[in-house]
Design a protein around this ligand. Structure first.
Ligand code: ATP
Ligand code: MG
Length: 643
């Protein structure tokens, strides 16, 4: 039996959605998708109202079209249309890496900056349909750049500012961008990030006609290559603030974004305009119960899809005040998140399990130093959140007062697919709970047979939703192969899940990572959560490795709490602990102490690398370009050798 945190009376009364409304809306959304999504599209301003709503097929060539005869401009919907009512309202609160610096940008200012930049881009020859790579830190210019592209119909490809020159070059080349927008340098946790220098190195591997448009941020002295590098500052000053938004078809591409690379080589996910924006805005409003006056903070980077949909597009389409944070959770001290919450009176806070785990490791004390009384809702995204971590987040950060929405989704899905709606859905720690409107998840066995009732299997989607990706940029065949060939007629997520007696979904981990012990299939999340529930354990990653008798054995990498020393006794205790929590079948065969775990730059554990290390295959680690800290891997290999 899992714990249940029922909807409180107060939430049931004040939230946008209650139990009955959720059920009614969900039912309508799947029975009458055309009617439902036509109505939901009314939240946007269309230049031409769509009459054809859903035209999708998961068969054959896989064509996905939503609102296909509609016309709109995404930037207009995120900025211009708010001017009349909200011109002086803050659109973006920018909190710098340095805790003494922040800036508030109203919708009016945002409009002016975006129009000017759009004109600068046009003057550089950027046209509708061209790709523009954005390689910026978390500064307002990143938002201006994305919106300016949307305004003129250029397709942006944002590359996380922490990526290396090689990774940047790959992404510029894959998207065939002719322009890279960057700045002199960034700062994260007080440390300089040489963005322009990285871009220079990247361009050595790109065609000669690729140009750089550079903003100044840190004032770093950087060489400018004549005829190639353009200083954005003077051009922005001179540019006109009048730039009519381009008329775009709903199915015109809005952006390309590469996935995190947890399971393999990143894919260039393509999203289009109308369906994406309807979906991002609607989910933002319902999942976060967003209302006028909220101060909303999503801690993701704009280089990830979470930053696209839930820092920028969803919130701005809803006329929200969205906070953009340049820094990291631990600078200048581990109270930074809570300090920022108090400073700006944040009401909705959305972050990732990796950040929560690292802060939880430091205990309750640093959190308790802050008030956090403005908070009313918490969110989690990116990985399964271990129930112990969920409870800590709820009890300590949210003072047992704020519901947590555990939002399951992917770069490919454009927006949240499975999540609680606060006030409408009772919470269970560790479960993403129920599908959003229009989303039809199902579990299938390995032969593609649909499983009914409580079950565990491969998580697929039976039908399309407006925010779904349309193709892999430049490689539709890869799109069909990756997502629609494993289980015919369904979108395959690559994740495994369990559905309980209440119909709640529990993500068990990536299907590629499933461990098969003597014919029993074990998800990584369950074993990891059992380990993390032990007071000595801060973080754990579990993989299978070749085992003579069982087929696969269970190999656990365990990071201990800061003040705990590894010992043989503790190892035995943890094995016994997991046996007790889950059962003898889940009994760990090997526990290796891990000072750190290999993670993607977005903070996800890369189990495919851990699997190779466990199997003693050190020479063949696969694509490691998205790894945050390669030194962690070397250390784990050394430890593995001496095991
Ligand atoms: P790649 O596809 O390149 O391997 P990735 O899957 O990590 O990278 P993203 O699109 O950033 O790229 O991540 C989506 C994945 O993150 C999901 O498929 C799921 O495995 C995991 N995930 C996201 N949110 C949650 C959540 N709330 N609970 C459990 N897992 C989650
Ligand atoms: Mg993925």
């Amino acid at each position: 039996m899992s714990d249940v945190f029922p909807v409180s009376e107060q939430w049931a009364e004040t939230s946008r959605c209650d139990k009955a409304k959720y059920r009614a809306m969900y039912e309508r959304s799947v029975k009458d998708p055309d009617g439902f999504w036509a109505e939901m599209a009314e939240r946007l301003d269309w230049m031409r109202k769509p009459t054809r709503i859903k035209n999708t097929s998961f068969e054959g060539d896989v064509r996905i079209r939503w609102y296909e005869d509609g016309e709109l401009n995404v930037c207009y919907n995120c900025v211009d249309r708010h001017l009349e009512k909200r011109g002086d309202q803050v659109a973006i609160i920018w909190e710098a890496d340095d805790p003494n610096i922040d800036r508030k940008i109203t919708y009016r200012e945002l409009h002016e900056k975006v129009c000017k930049l759009a004109n600068v881009l046009k003057a550089q020859g950027v046209k509708k349909g061209d790709r523009v790579t954005i390689y910026l830190p978390m500064i307002p210019e990143a938002a201006y750049a994305m919106l300016a592209c949307a305004r003129i119909g250029a397709i942006h490809s944002v590359v996380f500012g922490g990526f290396s020159p090689d990774s940047l070059a790959d992404r510029i080349n894959d998207a065939q961008s002719k322009l890279v927008i960057t700045c002199d340098g960034g700062v994260r946790g007080g440390r300089a990030v040489p963005l322009k220098e990285n871009a220079d190195k990247a361009l050595e591997k790109c065609p000669a006609d690729v140009k750089i448009l550079m903003f100044r941020h840190t004032g770093l002295d950087v060489p400018m290559k004549k005829g190639r590098d353009i200083d954005a500052g003077p051009l922005m000053k001179e540019a006109s603030a009048d730039c009519p938004p381009e008329r775009m078809n709903a199915e015109d591409p809005l952006f390309i974004l590469y996935t995190s690379g947890s399971t393999g080589k990143p894919k260039g996910v393509l999203h289009t305009s109308g369906g994406y924006l309807v979906y991002a805005a609607l989910t933002h409003e319902y999942v976060f119960d967003y209302k006028d006056g909220d101060i909303y903070w999503c801690t993701a980077d704009v280089g990830w899809v979470t930053g696209h949909s839930y820092i920028l597009y969803g919130p701005l389409a809803n006329g929200a005040t969205t906070l953009m944070f340049e820094g990291i959770p631990t600078y200048p001290s581990i109270t930074r998140f809570w300090d920022v919450i108090d400073k700006h009176k944040v009401t909705i806070f959305y972050t990732a399990p990796t950040a929560i785990r690292s802060l939880m490791q430091k205990g309750d004390e640093p959190v308790k130093k802050s008030s956090r009384k403005s908070l009313r809702l918490l969110g989690s995204v990116g990985e399964p959140i271990n129930p112990e971590v969920w409870k800590w987040y709820h009890r300590v950060v949210g003072d047992s007062r704020c519901p947590i929405v555990d939002t399951w989704w992917q770069t490919e899905t454009g927006g949240i697919l499975i999540s609680a709606l606060p006030g409408a859905i009772d919470l269970k720690p560790g479960s993403a709970t129920l599908p959003f409107f229009g989303v039809q998840p199902a579990l299938v066995d390995n032969d593609g047979k649909i499983l009914e009732g409580p079950a565990e299997g491969n998580l697929v989607m039976v039908d399309s939703w407006p925010g779904q990706m349309r193709t892999v940029y430049g490689d539709h065949e890869r799109f069909v192969q990756t997502y629609f060939s494993t289980f015919k007629g369904y979108y395959f997520t690559g994740d495994g899940a369990r559905r309980d007696e209440d119909g709640y979904y529990w993500i068990t981990g990536r299907v590629d990572d499933v461990i098969n012990v003597s014919g029993h299939r074990l998800g990584t999340a369950e074993v990891e959560s059992a380990l993390v529930a032990h007071p000595a354990v801060a973080e754990a990653a579990v993989v299978g490795y070749p085992h003579d008798i069982k087929g696969q054995g269970i190999f656990c990498y365990v990071t201990l709490q800061a003040d705990i020393e590894p010992s043989e006794d503790l190892r035995k205790e943890l094995v016994a602990w997991v046996r007790k929590e889950i059962g003898p079948i889940a009994s760990p065969d090997v526990i290796q102490w891990a000072p750190g775990l290999p993670k993607t730059r977005s903070g996800k554990i890369m189990r495919r690398i851990l699997r190779k290390i466990a199997a003693n295959e050190f020479d063949n680690l696969g694509d490691t370009s998205t790894l945050a800290d390669p030194a962690v891997v070397d250390e784990l290999i050394e430890n593995r050798k001496s095991l």
